[in-house]
Write a protein that binds this ligand. Structure first.
Ligand SMILES: [Zn+2]
Length: 203
């Protein structure tokens, strides 16, 4: 079926599973690895193995971490009672980059690992929201900032969470739409993200 020797064909097949990698790129990477030193190839293989072996989700906020609780949840200098809810671990970087008039974000996070998407069969039970609700129920949180993206799914998720948290003595806010509607907050620049955070409003 393949013109390549089995080990090469296998590597190409695995590389093609990566986002944005088509057949041509996969072949280029595979041949690059074939030409690279044993050390470089082993280092890559070891890094991939280590990723799965040593990384886990933080038991408090669901962030991807090698220590539990993660660095944010364990930080004595961050406001542990201010929780910013994001869709993916990668969204944290966008919030961390935000630099506004009030400085950088000093609170902690809760990662949902997705958004509600009835069209794709993703309901509330598929989101990792229970940890957040427990934190709020215990009275550990003063404010929950809903920083899901201003997409259809992100808005649906934010309003579902706002409803789920209603009735608890916690302030629930939604980031302002400084982030362009329909875009992913992951790609917001630092000023836009800072404005979105500072302009948040009660929901
Ligand atoms: Zn954490």
């Amino acid at each position: 079926m393949s013109r390549y020797a089995e080990p090469m064909a296998r590597l190409i097949e695995e590389l093609k599973k990566l986002p944005g990698v088509g057949t041509k790129s996969a072949q280029r990477y595979a041949f690059h690895l074939l030409r690279s030193s044993d050390e470089d190839a082993s280092a890559l293989a070891e890094a991939v193995r280590g990723l799965k072996a040593s990384l886990r989700l933080c038991s408090i906020c669901n962030n991807v971490t090698d220590v539990d609780p993660c660095a944010y949840c364990a930080s004595p200098t961050r406001n542990q009672r201010l929780v910013c809810v994001v869709e993916e671990p990668t969204s944290i970087a966008a919030v961390e980059r935000a630099r506004g008039a009030q400085g950088s974000y000093q609170g902690v996070y809760h990662v949902l690992h997705g958004t509600l998407s009835p069209l794709h069969g993703v309901g509330p039970e598929q989101l990792r929201a229970s940890g957040l609700v427990s934190r709020v129920e215990r009275g550990d949180v003063d404010e929950v900032i809903l920083a899901t993206s201003p997409t259809l799914e992100g808005e649906a998720t934010a309003s579902w969470l706002a409803t789920a948290l209603r009735g608890f003595p916690v302030k629930v806010t939604r980031i302002a739409t400084g982030v362009p509607a329909g875009s992913d907050i992951e790609y917001a620049d630092e000023v836009t993200m800072a404005r979105a955070l500072e302009g948040r409003r009660d929901v």
